[in-house]
Design a binder for this molecule. Structure first.
Ligand SMILES: *Cc1c(COP(=O)(O)O)cnc(C)c1O
Length: 389
């Protein structure tokens, strides 16, 4: 089956639910047994059905099975947010005295988790240039347990050479943990490129409607037990209602992503042509420094990219934003709506030098009519220009 067909069918078992096309929302904490025999069956190791609400219900299994199949991994586990999933993918592999490597372009809350929580546990995190394999090789220590990758990187969209990085990590016995949220499993297959553990902030494209916080971790067979044990030990779980909405979003993800991809390219091209723009950062554009790697390893592009403006007064930036009706400011992405988010990558980076001096935005291309979006942008740039004259 091709990926678009898997999106429709993965994890659904109508035959188990009286033919109902969607998995029912099974909400429970307690699971009742009316005989000692039933109790013993339910509590025996390896029991496949319900055990306790926190351990998940058939609603949980349905989404986990679907995401594992799409990512091409062994099994998936759910977490109450994308960030909780990022944490749940790193913690199983590290203890006091260990070291992990994170790309300088990592999603900033993961950087904060590493520098705050991990350092208090005596675990050292260092940051590497996402494109410099010589420096990465040199940064590997005997205690390095995880080489974390995020491709393309948060805010600046550098595509990493995952197979090359996996070879460097595996040569020293480290696991490769990837944040695969931007591409989703439809546009990047992590396990086919040497990744051991993959994270989806399902809040973004899987849910797709800006109404649920959710994370999913998928592992290969070798890493599954370690990650699952950690998930259980930390009491991580997710609400059946949220899991239901995530599987509902998933069924249309391939259709939505095509539109996000097409709109993102069109908006990025339009933005790149404006004289006030220094450049856009979008790996699917042929002139982007990451384009070749993106073309080699990715099957598509989502709707998220970056734009760098030439230095200009704050009033001109405000006129740009304030005069657009469809480009509103907001965190998160992956929903149906177009978004802008002001960004300043230079303020957090430590392993690379960010030299851009003007204002910068992250852009999420939503599912609105493309001409409406382009006309709105045109209005914004005109208002900006009026402030520059
Ligand atoms: C948003 C995001 C996360 C975190 O997801 P939340 O559900 O907001 O916690 C993790 N990684 C990336 C790349 C993200 O964009």
């Amino acid at each position: 089956m091709r990926p678009e067909t898997r999106v429709i069918h993965a994890g659904r078992h109508p035959e188990e639910h009286d033919g109902a096309v969607n998995p029912p929302v099974v909400r429970t904490s307690t699971v009742l047994s009316s005989t000692m025999g039933e109790w013993e069956r339910r509590t025996a190791p390896g029991h496949k059905g319900l055990t306790y609400g926190r351990h998940g219900t058939s609603t949980t299994r349905s989404l986990e099975e679907a995401v594992a199949e799409l990512e091409g991994g062994f099994r998936s586990m759910v977490y109450p947010s994308g960030l909780a999933a990022n944490v749940g993918a790193i913690l199983p592999f590290v203890g006091t005295g260990d070291h992990i490597l994170l790309p300088d372009t990592v999603y900033d809350p993961v950087r904060r988790f590493a520098t705050n929580a991990l350092s208090r546990l005596g675990i050292t995190a260092s940051f590497y240039d996402p494109l410099d394999h010589v420096a990465l090789t040199a940064a590997m220590r005997d205690t390095t347990r995880v080489v974390y990758v995020e491709s393309p990187g948060s805010l600046t969209f550098e595509v990493q050479d995952i197979p090359a990085i996996a070879a460097i990590a595996h040569a020293r016995g480290a696991k490769v943990v990837m944040d695969n949220t931007w591409a989703t499993p439809l546009y990047f297959q992590p396990f086919a490129h040497g990744v051991d553990v993959s994270v989806q902030a399902a809040t973004k494209y899987i849910v797709g409607h800006s109404d649920v916080m959710l994370g999913v971790v998928t592992t290969n067979e070798e890493c599954w037990k370690q990650v699952k044990t950690c998930q259980l030990d930390f009491g991580q779980t997710a609400s059946p209602d949220d899991l239901y909405l995530a599987q509902r979003g998933l069924r249309t993800m391939h259709v939505r992503l095509r539109q996000h991809w097409e709109a993102g390219i069109a908006l990025a091209r339009f933005i790149a042509r404006q004289p006030e723009v220094e450049r856009v950062m979008h790996p699917a554009l042929p002139e982007d420094p990451s384009h070749e790697l993106w073309q080699r390893d990715f099957l598509g592009a989502s709707g998220l990219f970056g734009m760098l403006l030439r230095p200009m007064p704050e009033a001109a930036v405000a006129a740009f934003v304030d005069n657009m009706a469809l480009f509103n400011l907001g965190a998160s992405w992956g929903g149906y709506e177009t978004l802008l988010k002001p960004m300043a990558p230079g303020t957090v980076r430590t392993a690379t030098r960010w030299t851009h001096e003007g204002p910068a935005f992250r852009v999420h291309a939503g599912l609105e009519n493309l001409d409406d979006l382009l006309e709105d942008l045109e209005t914004g740039f005109k208002a900006m220009r009026a402030r520059l004259d």
